[in-house]
Write a protein that binds this ligand. Structure first.
Ligand code: PMP
Length: 431
């Protein structure tokens, strides 16, 4: 495969853009380095790169592109917004319309606020939880990613429930000391953390279905115990549904699982591919937000007409009959095919899948928390990633990411992908 133009553009990018990329996850450092592929065009389930190569896309832009690229209904909505003027700095009726749609889909959102990214949404839920409870600390789960605001760039220490340490230069030790990290799917450690720091804990923050160390579902009863333990302690429960909202069904993971948080942060899919974030929850909590309450949050671009229109259009597409059934069907076909390949080769691998999202871990053990996800062999993943790319299958360049299906993917795409995966496994076995 000729990728000379991508290589040239990457060299140029490195001269002007730090690291050559505008988000570190786009770099190929974790998969052996080299130039990331520069895309020219996306259409349905496919990418076309600057050298004219075609790929089946399983990146889905890290989650938002559930309808496939350039879905005509969303494209039209964006065009219409552009013609009407993209930004007013005043309220528009689109914001009402979209807020109502979100509330109908996810009933725990008694009041919502639109922001511009998942990072902002999560960051603000934490601020509001602190304002509501008058407490400073939060508890989060190791390996979950909640954007790049200071408070959530805190890594676990060693031990089941620990005060964090900065996970990024520039995050102060003081900030890290406000975050307690416990293993996902481990109610006992959460209980222990609440016993130790309980009076100071404003909120427990969790991805109800994890998307950031691969797709990992909560064990039966885990989220119920998060609610019980947090509430008994006077702490709030915040769901980070930036990946999960509208991924597995029309609504949130909370609808699917039947567990209700006090506040929810969203992003990705709800913008139909344009920048967006949103947060919401119980009205008595949300009323702490300015201009009604003392917790400040604002945004020049927040609720802008283009993002609103794209988001509404995206949800309209997702309301159509059969959308989530199609994603599940294709997901199952992909999972079954990959399992067959795994079982007929000697490479250790396992799969976690929920509906149209899956992760292939290069470990023979099952994965239900970050520690287990870390066991996935990064070198094997890197080889697999490169071999798939060479065959026109575009995965996320990290062993921790999910493969995201879109409604534009077809059974034929899955067949092609499985053929490529079979070849990749066979070559890896022989090498
Ligand atoms: N929360 C979760 C669960 C995410 O996966 C992400 C992004 N990958 C974020 C928050 C941050 O969202 P954004 O990149 O839009 O700031």
């Amino acid at each position: 495969m000729n990728t000379a133009t991508s290589e040239r553009l990457y060299k140029e990018a490195e001269e002007h853009i730090v690291g050559g990329v505008n988000s570190p996850s786009r770099s190929y450092r974790a998969v052996g380095g080299g130039a990331p592929i520069f895309m020219e065009k996306g259409e349905g389930a496919y990418f076309y790169d600057v050298d004219g190569n075609k790929y089946i896309d399983y990146l889905g832009a890290y989650g938002p592109i559930i309808t496939g690229h350039a879905h005509p209904h969303i494209t039209q909505a964006i065009q219409k917004a552009a013609e009407n003027g993209v930004l007013f700095g005043t309220p528009t009726k689109l914001e009402n319309q979209f807020a109502k749609m979100l509330k109908e889909a996810i009933p725990s959102l008694e009041k919502v606020r639109f922001v511009n990214s998942g990072t902002e949404a999560v960051m603000t839920t934490i601020r509001v939880a602190r304002a509501y409870t008058g407490r400073d600390k939060i508890i989060k789960f190791s390996g979950c990613y909640h954007g790049h605001s200071d408070l959530v760039l805190v890594a676990a220490g060693s031990g089941p429930a620990t005060l964090g340490s900065p996970d990024s230069a520039g995050v102060t030790k003081n900030i890290a000391s406000e975050v307690i990290t416990v293993p996902f799917n481990d109610s006992e450690s959460l209980k222990q953390a609440l016993e130790t720091w309980g009076e100071d804990v404003a909120a427990v923050l969790v991805e109800p279905i994890v998307g950031n160390f691969g797709i990992v579902e909560p064990k039966a009863g885990f989220l119920e115990s998060v609610n019980e333990l947090a509430h008994a302690n006077g702490s709030l429960v915040i769901y980070d549904e930036v990946i999960t909202a509208f991924r597995f069904m029309y609504g949130g993971a909370q609808n699917l699982l039947g567990v209700t948080p006090d506040m929810t942060a969203m992003g990705k899919i709800i913008g139909g591919g344009l920048p967006i974030g949103a947060y919401g929850g119980r009205v008595d909590i949300m009323e702490k937000v300015a201009p009604l309450g003392p917790a400040y949050q604002a945004g020049t671009m927040a609720g802008n007409p283009a993002s609103m229109n794209a988001g509404i259009a995206c949800l309209e597409v997702l309301q159509q009959d059969g959308v989530y059934e199609h994603l599940d069907l294709l997901g199952k076909k992909l999972e079954d095919g990959l399992r067959e390949i795994i079982s007929s080769h000697s490479i250790p691998a396992t799969i976690n899948r929920l509906k149209g999202a899956l992760t292939l871990f290069f470990t023979s053990h099952k994965v239900s928390n970050y520690e287990e996800a870390e066991q996935s062999d990064g070198k094997l993943f890197a080889r697999f990633f490169q071999k798939m790319l060479q065959q026109g299958i575009h995965l996320a360049p990290s062993k921790y990411e999910a493969w995201f299906l879109t409604i534009a993917h077809t059974e034929k795409d899955i067949d092609e992908t499985l053929l490529a995966a079979k070849r990749a496994f066979s070559e890896m076995e022989e090498e």
